[in-house]
Ligand binder design. Structure first.
Ligand SMILES: Nc1ncnc2c1ncn2[C@@H]1O[C@H](COP(=O)(O)OP(=O)(O)OP(=O)(O)O)[C@@H](O)[C@H]1O
Ligand SMILES: [Mg+2]
Length: 453
């Protein structure tokens, strides 16, 4: 028997094939010309060194061929029999799928690697607690769903970074048999349904995160329209207008009008502008995308991109629209100044004429600072002033806090504050402070103007 080290030497093609005659085994076997030669042949073939080397080369070549064949075959089979679905981390379905799988997988397969995902839960009293969910970590997972086996690979690209978010680029690849391809669709819609169910009755607030929109915090419980008390008729006017707008895309399209509507709410701080928009979103079951124009690093391009990629069913909200362009903001150049230009903002507001519905709310405390171009019809179609508390608002807020049966106290309270300029936010502060104590709220009414609430 050959010793291992001899075998290794013989297997080396460089040593076994130095003589072309030797390596050409067929020639040697087919043409034994004379005794001497056949003697040579037999001595060669019987030479254990040669035959071992030759054999090993043969086996090596055979194996290579086999391996190539197998690879080809596997590639072919893979193409014919398997189907893969790729979900990049940029896609909405990505998180949906991860969450879905973390619910499914423990029942149907085994998750080898887990990753933690922190989430929040809002309780009835408004407090928030944290829960930790386990989602499939990077790696390969196998599981069975609706009788179909799937391989799920979560891959993190170490080199590629998603520059906008600073997180590593990831993809999930799901592989299954070609004949089962229809499960992908079912699976994705189930994941989507599950994710949306979690948001039911909630308002999702999105903020810009680089060039994209990301949910900000957890979905909030919907704010009720009733909880915001505006002057007579204001709320109804806006709600009616928005309702008339939604679902009327055909009307706009037929007339060649871009399907969007802009609203401007202006007035002093604490008059309920932001709260009203939140309650409107709740009423319509819409989400809100908030963009701060004085955000650092915001450029015309990003602004444009953000405004043309608003998540569906959401209200676009640009707060303090004046702040980005007033002289004050230009002057204190502390690095917080965004880089958008006024024309950039106008262009972004106009956007590409798309068929997609767009509802934009602008708010400001200083309507007088706004350029006429910004609030011309087409950009802003409806303007509403939300001012300090009017009689109906004072009374409305009082009865909201202390009930409708406190008419006398309500009158007394109104009498005390009617000649003052008081914001609805201050009223709220006052009533919260004198919670369940309407008499004291009336007695101490002067706190509203002697103290900052
Ligand atoms: N009209 C109102 N009805 C009920 N609550 C109000 C009203 N106005 C203000 N509030 C309460 O006061 C607080 C501040 O209101 P909000 O943020 O909506 O004011 P705003 O008009 O957006 O102010 P700013 O101009 O400073 O952004 C909120 O907690 C809100 O509930
Ligand atoms: Mg506000």
């Amino acid at each position: 028997m050959l010793l291992p080290n001899q075998g290794a030497t013989l297997a080396d093609p460089a040593t076994t094939s130095t003589d072309p005659q030797q390596s050409n085994g067929i020639d040697l076997q087919q043409q034994p010309k004379n005794k001497e030669e056949s003697g040579l042949l037999s001595s060669i073939t019987s030479n254990p060194y040669f035959s071992a080397g030759f054999g090993l080369i043969g086996v090596g070549a055979g194996l290579t061929l086999l391996r190539q064949g197998l690879t080809l075959g596997a590639g072919y089979l893979q193409r014919r029999l398997l189907v893969t679905l790729e979900i990049p981390s940029k896609d909405k379905s990505y998180l949906w799928f991860l969450q879905w799988m973390s619910q499914q997988a423990p029942k149907r397969g085994r998750l080898q690697h887990l990753a933690v995902e922190t989430s929040y839960k809002q309780h009835d009293n408004g407090s928030i607690s944290t829960t930790f969910g386990l989602v499939p970590g990077p790696g390969i997972h196998y599981f069975r769903w609706h009788g179909v086996w799937m391989k799920v690979q979560r891959q993190r690209d170490g080199k590629m970074m998603d520059l906008s978010t600073g997180s590593p680029w990831e993809t999930i690849t799901i592989t299954t048999l070609s004949q089962d391809r229809k499960v992908f669709k079912e699976l994705l819609s189930e994941a989507q349904e599950m994710a949306l169910k979690k948001q039911e009755g909630k308002t999702v607030i999105y903020t810009s995160y680089g060039p994209e929109w990301r949910p900000f915090g957890m979905p909030r419980r919907r704010r009720l329209l009733d909880s915001v008390i505006l002057d007579n008729g204001v709320k109804e006017r806006i709600v009616e207008d928005v309702r008339a707008f939604i679902g009327n895309g055909k009307w706009y399209n037929e007339r060649g009008i871009p399907y969007r509507r802009g609203y401007l709410l202006y007035g002093p701080p604490g008059s309920g502008k932001s709260s009203f928009i939140q309650s409107l979103a709740g009423e319509l079951e819409y989400n809100i995308c908030i963009l701060n124009l004085s955000e650092r690093g915001l450029t015309d391009d990003r602004l444009n991109h953000l405004l043309s990629n608003v998540p569906e069913r959401s209200i676009m909200l640009l707060e303090d629209i004046d702040a980005a362009f007033t002289k004050r903001a230009q002057a204190d150049n502390q690095g917080y100044q965004s880089m958008i230009t006024f024309s950039g903002l106008l262009n972004a507001l106009d956007g590409v004429a798309s068929a997609e519905e767009r509802i934009i709310f602008l708010t400001t405390n200083h309507v007088e600072n706004l350029d006429a171009a910004l609030i011309r019809p087409g950009r802003v179609d409806m303007k509403e002033f939300l001012g300090n508390a009017t009689e109906s608002q004072i009374r409305g807020m009082f009865s909201r806090f202390y009930g409708k049966d406190n008419k006398e106290l309500e009158d007394a309270f109104f009498d005390r504050v009617k000649d003052r300029q008081i914001s609805t936010a201050s009223l709220q502060g006052h009533f919260v402070y004198f919670k369940d104590k309407p008499e004291e709220a009336v007695e101490q009414a002067e706190l509203l103007w002697t103290q900052l609430m």
